[in-house]
Design a binder for this molecule. Structure first.
Ligand code: SF4
Length: 353
């Protein structure tokens, strides 16, 4: 068994994905959970050392969404007792961003509920970015505004957005079970539009929605096809008033196995432990830091997260440091893909023509 884990580590260091069988085994008792975490930790350390990147969410517009994603407290028909408001002012967002950046956040995620942005919304986001930049010129800005129409990713890029986040959430085969108002392809196409516009693509998943091991593995393969730069892994926060409000399926061990599996699929990608870590990993969060290299700081969209002080203590106690804005998150460009010519003219080897 150790040999198989060693092989998985070697493949990951070479940026190769696990086979379906090996990925499946990571989720089962075939391996001890600590052995799986230790193997994933070797990959994490190789590409990211002991740095943890902090990101913060600013919910620019909360609730009242016309879409019906079953996991979401902002969905159509949700009776969750959440904050509901329309677009906050640029200054309010800038103040929250400034506070988070001073607390260590390197990336600000500007999120708005809804199917996708209209033209006025893009204007609001642009003004907000200007206000944030006036206080924090170096912070990374990610937009998460739903499905994008043609040309909108380019507009966001020109406004100074660095990354676009749009999660696939669950695998294609199950997508219709969690949402009827848009499709898996709609989501994947938005990620592709962001990538083609030159935005850094961020796309991840939510687990704890009744998925099987095979679904988890499918999700990893499907996300890998989109070649994201960052992958948030959420664990369902079952909110009362939503269809999944009573779904408590996860254990800390299951979460650690899923995170480790994702590290093997995304060895040199920013793997972000996202919503639900406090309630599902609980006392095991320090172990997860050995696998992921990024977490959210502060509150989530509609639920409260851990205090910044507690998280900074958690990071320090586990032997990690917070990544600064002057540090690069992703490893250098993939030099291993560039092969120096050693054949053809000027050599004694034939060319490959
Ligand atoms: S996940 Fe987004 S699109 Fe779906 S209901 Fe929630 S806010 Fe709306």
């Amino acid at each position: 068994m150790t040999i198989l884990l060693d092989e998985l580590v070697a493949q990951a260091l070479d940026r190769r994905a696990p086979t379906r069988d090996a990925a499946h085994a990571l989720l089962t008792d075939e391996f001890e959970v600590l052995d799986v975490v230790a193997a994933a930790a070797r990959v994490r350390r190789h590409f990211f050392g002991n740095r943890v990147k902090l990101n913060t969410i600013i919910n620019m517009k909360s609730g009242l969404c016309p879409e019906d994603c079953t996991y979401c407290s902002q969905r159509l028909g949700s009776t969750s007792d959440i904050l509901k408001y329309s677009w906050i002012k640029p200054d309010e967002a800038a103040e929250a961003a400034d506070r988070a950046a001073r607390a260590g956040a390197k990336r600000i995620c500007l999120v708005a509920s809804g199917r996708g942005p209209g033209q006025r919304d893009l204007g609001r986001v642009s003004e907000t970015i200007e206000a944030i930049r006036a206080k924090q010129p170096d912070v990374e800005i990610c937009a998460c505004l739903g499905l994008l129409q043609e040309g909108q990713a380019e507009q966001l890029r020109d406004s100074g957005v660095h990354a676009y986040s749009h999660n696939l959430n669950t695998n294609e085969a199950r997508y219709a079970d969690i949402c009827s108002t848009h499709t898996f392809d709609d989501r994947a196409n938005t990620v592709r539009k962001a990538t083609s516009a030159g935005l850094s693509p961020c796309s991840g998943a939510i687990f704890g929605m009744g998925e099987s091991d095979a679904d988890v593995v499918d999700m990893a393969f499907e996300l890998r096809e989109l070649d994201p730069d960052s992958v948030p892994v959420n664990f369902l926060i079952p909110m009362e008033g939503t269809p999944l409000g009573t779904d408590w399926h996860l254990t800390p061990q299951r979460c650690l196995r899923i995170l480790s599996l994702f590290r093997f699929f995304f060895p040199d990608v920013e793997l972000r432990l996202a919503g639900g870590r406090e309630i599902h990993l609980r006392s095991q969060q320090p172990l997860a830091l050995h696998v992921v290299n990024s977490i959210f700081l502060g509150d989530y969209l509609t639920s409260e997260g851990a205090s910044g002080n507690d998280d900074r203590q958690l990071i320090a106690d586990a032997g990690f440091t917070i990544e600064g804005t002057d540090e690069q998150t992703l490893p250098d460009a993939r030099h291993d893909l560039v092969a120096i010519r050693r054949r053809g003219v000027g050599t004694d080897q034939p060319s490959n023509a």
